[in-house]
Design a protein around this ligand. Structure first.
Ligand SMILES: C[S@@+](CC[C@H](N)C(=O)[O-])C[C@H]1O[C@@H](n2cnc3c(N)ncnc32)[C@H](O)[C@@H]1O
Length: 377
């Protein structure tokens, strides 16, 4: 085999490592002499279709080598969403480069400004995704009524990314989004991890509402994200088929946050990220006596209940060896439900403080009830 053929072999092997899962692959272009070929990715995955018919992904390197073998100069472009792998062939050499693709001209010049914070996800690069989610309109603008949601999801993904920076993984990361709704968060996270970070992952969304899951599956089909799965069902009834590394919940209503936390604890997940919502379950069960003079005002009582509920959740996680940070992940102007609990399992943990805290509440905490139910099933 001559030097160029060897280099082409190596370059194609590297390129195939990137596209082997195929979810972000869009097309392959070949310019060889006067011939120009375009192979479009089959939406069902595993193959590409061109004028010569179907080429299986596994057979792509052989097919491309045959197309360019007789040409002194040629260009192969493997186009994914947002990036292209370019293989430039010279008479005795092959040069490989990766380029970031610009958004189509009509989508440019609409930077997403939001306060002073820099957007983590570059809207122009992610335009296809944002349009599939209906966050952006067909003319490439972020819809006014979706800006806040996009901003929250963007920040959430940025914080997940920070957490994942610490670890090398031997197998694809498994993420479970509890109470996923239409799954904006999961889709944007999947885009970021698979297309930008190149972190192999599987994302599962679960929601009790069949209609939102139907919508999520439709968006998934449009985006061809085959590493995602959406399930109709309650968080409590979910049984994973394998290990889960991270549980997410964004505004899972009331005790759905406790269900998500209990499931994460039951499954021994390393990472848990929850942004709780409407913490009403303990409101009437908390002993406000030391604070009666304050708690007689219903606004104060409700806020106390919210803080105590989330504080107890943090204590439950810490007692089980999680290091927990509590942050206001976006401004309260974006959403008043802006407290994020971020937990990483580090081992250890003492239950004494937690036991003391539980005495402030009548009965068993929902999180503990769910954990017990998981243990008994
Ligand atoms: C406020 S929405 C949030 C959706 C999404 N996470 C987001 O932030 O856009 C809450 C979602 O949780 C779902 N949900 C509430 N309780 C649930 C439970 N016990 N099991 C599964 N899904 C639940 C609801 O159907 C709803 O879609």
């Amino acid at each position: 085999m001559d030097k160029r053929a060897q280099k082409l072999d190596q370059a194609l092997q590297l390129a195939m490592l990137r596209v082997q899962d195929g979810a972000a692959l869009q097309r392959v272009e070949v310019e060889a002499g006067r011939r120009k070929l375009v192979l479009q990715a089959d939406p069902n995955g595993g193959a590409l279709c061109g004028e010569d018919g179907r080429v299986l992904l596994a057979g792509l390197p052989g097919y491309l080598k045959a197309q360019v073998a007789a040409e002194p100069r040629a260009l192969i472009r493997i186009v994914e969403r947002g990036t292209a792998v370019n293989l430039e062939l010279f008479p005795a050499d092959v040069k490989m480069s990766i380029s970031t693709l610009d958004a189509p001209a009509e989508f440019q010049h609409h930077p997403v400004a939001y306060g002073t914070r820099q957007q983590f996800i570059k809207a122009q690069e992610a335009m296809e995704l944002l349009q599939a989610l209906d966050i952006a309109s067909s003319d490439g603008k972020i819809r006014a009524d979706k800006r806040r949601k996009f901003f929250q999801v963007d920040r959430f993904v940025e914080l997940v990314d920070e957490m994942l920076a610490e670890q090398q993984r031997q197998r694809p990361l498994v993420i479970l989004d509890c109470g996923c709704g239409k799954s904006y968060l999961s889709f944007v996270l999947n885009y970021w991890l698979t297309e930008k970070r190149r972190i192999p992952c599987r994302i599962i969304g679960i929601d009790g509402n069949a209609e939102v899951i139907r919508t999520a599956r439709e968006i998934q089909r449009r985006l061809n994200y085959r590493n995602m799965e959406f399930i109709v069902g309650s968080i409590r009834s979910y049984r994973p088929s394998g290990p889960v590394d991270m549980v997410l919940s964004l505004h899972a209503c009331d005790t759905a946050t406790d269900e998500a936390l209990a499931l994460a604890l039951h499954l021994g997940c390393r990472y848990i990220i929850a942004v709780p919502c409407c913490q009403a379950a303990l409101r009437e069960r908390i002993d406000y006596r030391p604070w009666q003079a304050v708690a007689r005002h219903s606004i104060f009582r409700n806020r106390l209940a919210d803080v105590i509920t989330d504080g107890l959740r943090v204590a439950a996680l810490e007692a089980r060896g999680y290091k927990v940070s509590v942050v206001e992940y976006v401004s309260p102007l974006d959403t008043p439900k802006n407290i994020m609990l971020r937990a990483v399992h580090r081992g250890g943990g003492t239950r004494k403080d937690y036991q003391e805290l539980q005495k402030l509440v009548q009965g068993v905490l929902p999180l503990e009830e769910y954990l017990q139910a998981f243990a008994n099933r």
